[in-house]
Structures are given as structure tokens and as C-alpha cells.
Design a protein around this ligand. Structure first.
Ligand code: NDP
Length: 302
């Protein structure tokens, strides 16, 4: 039976660590860390995500400087809001919640965020820093995966790692982080031939394809570590009757893979909770830097 890599539990432990980091440095800093989650429009799923991030801030002592702009806000005004947050000395992290309403181009807006305040770690400069092994904010989801692997004591040096997916959000930075940890990494994508032959070579398999239940037992070498980044909302089970809740699943057929893997992340409760925690890690690390304090979170920013 595989070890369950419990993201919920590790996220709670890391929140406690962040709380301590903040409490011990608050007096020297003279102000609490600040995160601004900027939301434009009314995408319903975004509402839930933003609320989760704001609650997490409150739990650990990060001040929330968020703003919610109407869907019809012109691009120049969204840009101005970002520039105001860039200039605000109380704000250490800025996050532009995606997706944006139709008519707003995300690329120039994301590029306008001060790279030192880039809570998502996705600014071009910070992706470059990751590539070069320089310190800086890191992409939250892959950094969360690295924290889960490290916490479980999974050695990566010399291991074969396969990442399924090559997005800028997950797959690419994931591959760079695994490589920086001295794994030998292959990246698969939609044009990869004979995916299962490649994934069966993996000692560590990270799946971020965005395809519900795509990866099964035939893709996994016995004893491999399997990380499922995918998250999908399925319609409620009709057998569960009226009022049943939507179900979540990942990119991996958990019930098939769990008996042959050595460790596996569940969905929900695996990678998802770690993503929010790493947003806080980036923000608190930025606060430490900006206030001239020590850098106590470097182990979480691979
Ligand atoms: P994208 O759709 O941007 O990228 C998916 C990648 O998977 C692409 O590179 C694509 O290849 C590849 N792919 C698609 N189909 C296949 C296939 N059949 N075989 C091999 N590769 C394939 O998705 P994201 O990276 O943004 O997200 C991936 C998943 O992770 C989604 O389910 C998303 O919801 C989830 N997610 C979860 C987070 C969390 O906190 N748990 C955070 C972020 C994302 P190609 O490049 O050729 O198109």
C-alpha cells in the first residue's frame, strides 16, 4: 500500500511555521506582511479561490490588501491598480486572479507586476531566476509538490522523473525544480508517442495534463512515487440522489495506481492545499527580503 502524501496536513504544518516566522520578526519589521489578491469580474470559481486565499492570510497574520474590480474595468484602470500595489510599501505580494473577463489581455497585466512582489512566481524574470538557480519567488504548484516530496523524505538525486504536461503554470517549472534536485527529467506532452512506455520508466511521475483520470496502472512502474496535480469537478453521482455534491477527481485513476505506487497524492487533499500555502511562503519570503530580515524559508523555494 502506498504512502499517502497528505497535502492538507503538510499545509497546516507549514502555516504554523509561517505564523512563527511572522511573529518572531514582526517587531523588527515594524509591520505585518501584506498580500493583494486582485480580482476582476465575477468568475464564480475564482470567488471561491480568492476567499480561500484571503482566509489563509488571516489565519497566519498576513494583511489582505485585495481589491475586486468590476468586469467592465478598462485595461488601463486594471494596470493602474497593479501599479498602485507595486508602489504600496505595505504590500509584499500581488496576485492577479485568473481567468480575466473577455477583453482583458492577461499578458501585459501579469508582466506589470513588480517581480519582487510576484506572489505566484510566474513573472518572466522569476521563471528566468528558476532556470538559472537564483533565489526568488517560485511557481506555487510545483514548489508545493517539491515540499511534499521533501517532507516525505523522497530522495530525488539520480532518480528518473517524468512530468506529464509542459505548461508554464505547472509542467515547465516542475521539470526545472526536479532537475535542480538532480533528478533526470523527461517532459511529456500531447504529442508524446507511447506515453505509457515513457511514464513506466519514472521513479517519480508528476501528472499535470488536465485530463480527468487519464493515467492508470498501465502508466506506472511498481514502486514509483506518483503526484497528481490535476483537479476536475465531476457532476454529482446520480445514485447519491438530489442535493449530492459535485465530486473531484485528478488526472490519475487513484484506485488503480495506489496499490502499485510507493507513495501517491490524493485528489482532493494532495497538491491543491499546497498551492495556497506556497503563495503565502512567497509573500512572507518577500516581506523578509523587503524588510531587510533573514531568509528563513529558502528550503521551501527550490
Ligand atoms: P494546461 O492545459 O495548460 O497544460 C496541460 C499540459 O498537458 C499540456 O502541456 C498538454 O500538452 C499536456 N497534455 C494534454 N493532454 C495530454 C495527453 N493526452 N498526453 C500527454 N500530455 C498531455 O494545464 P495546466 O498545466 O494549467 O494544469 C494541469 C492540471 O493541473 C489541470 O487539471 C489543472 O486544473 C490542474 N492544476 C491544479 C493546481 C492545484 O493547485 N492542484 C494548480 C494548477 C493547475 P501540449 O502542451 O502538447 O498541449
Amino acid at each position: 500500500m502506498a504512502t499517502r502524501l497528505d497535502g492538507r496536513q503538510l499545509a497546516a504544518e507549514l502555516e504554523q511555521r509561517l505564523q512563527t516566522v511572522i511573529a518572531e520578526r514582526l517587531e523588527r519589521a515594524g509591520r505585518p506582511p501584506g498580500l493583494a489578491v486582485l480580482r476582476v469580474g465575477d468568475d464564480p470559481a475564482s470567488g471561491v479561490y480568492v476567499a480561500n486565499k484571503e482566509k489563509a492570510c488571516t489565519r497566519i497574520g498576513v494583511t489582505n490588501h485585495g481589491a475586486h474590480l468590476p468586469a467592465a474595468t478598462p485595461p488601463a484602470e486594471v494596470l493602474e491598480a497593479i501599479q498602485r500595489l507595486n508602489a504600496d510599501p505595505m504590500v509584499d505580494g500581488i496576485l492577479l486572479q485568473l481567468p480575466l473577463p473577455a477583453g482583458l489581455d492577461e499578458a501585459p497585466l501579469l508582466a506589470a507586476i513588480d517581480p519582487e512582489k510576484d506572489a505566484d512566481g510566474l513573472h518572466t524574470l522569476n521563471l528566468g531566476r528558476l532556470l538559472k538557480g537564483e533565489p526568488g519567488p517560485r511557481s506555487c504548484t510545483p514548489a508545493g509538490v517539491m515540499a511534499l516530496l521533501a517532507h516525505a523524505g523522497i530522495e530525488l538525486a539520480g532518480k528518473r522523473a517524468v512530468v506529464v504536461g509542459r505548461s508554464i503554470l505547472v509542467g515547465q517549472p516542475m521539470a526545472l525544480m526536479l532537475q535542480a534536485a538532480n533528478a533526470t527529467v523527461s517532459v511529456a506532452h500531447s504529442r508524446t508517442r507511447d506515453l505509457s512506455a515513457l511514464t513506466r520508466e519514472a521513479d517519480v511521475l508528476v501528472v499535470a495534463a488536465g485530463r480527468p483520470r487519464m493515467v492508470g496502472a498501465e502508466h506506472v512502474k511498481p514502486g514509483a512515487v506518483v503526484v497528481d496535480v490535476g483537479i476536475h469537478r465531476l457532476d454529482p453521482d446520480p445514485a447519491a440522489g438530489p442535493g449530492a455534491k459535485a465530486r473531484l477527481c485528478g488526472d490519475v485513476r487513484y484506485e488503480e495506481v495506489e496499490p502499485i505506487a510507493s507513495a501517491i497524492t490524493p485528489v482532493p487533499g494532495g497538491v491543491g492545499p499546497m498551492t495556497v500555502t506556497l503563495l503565502l511562503v512567497n509573500t512572507v519570503a518577500s516581506w523578509c527580503r523587503r524588510c531587510g530580515l533573514d531568509e528563513p524559508l529558502a528550503d521551501l523555494l527550490p
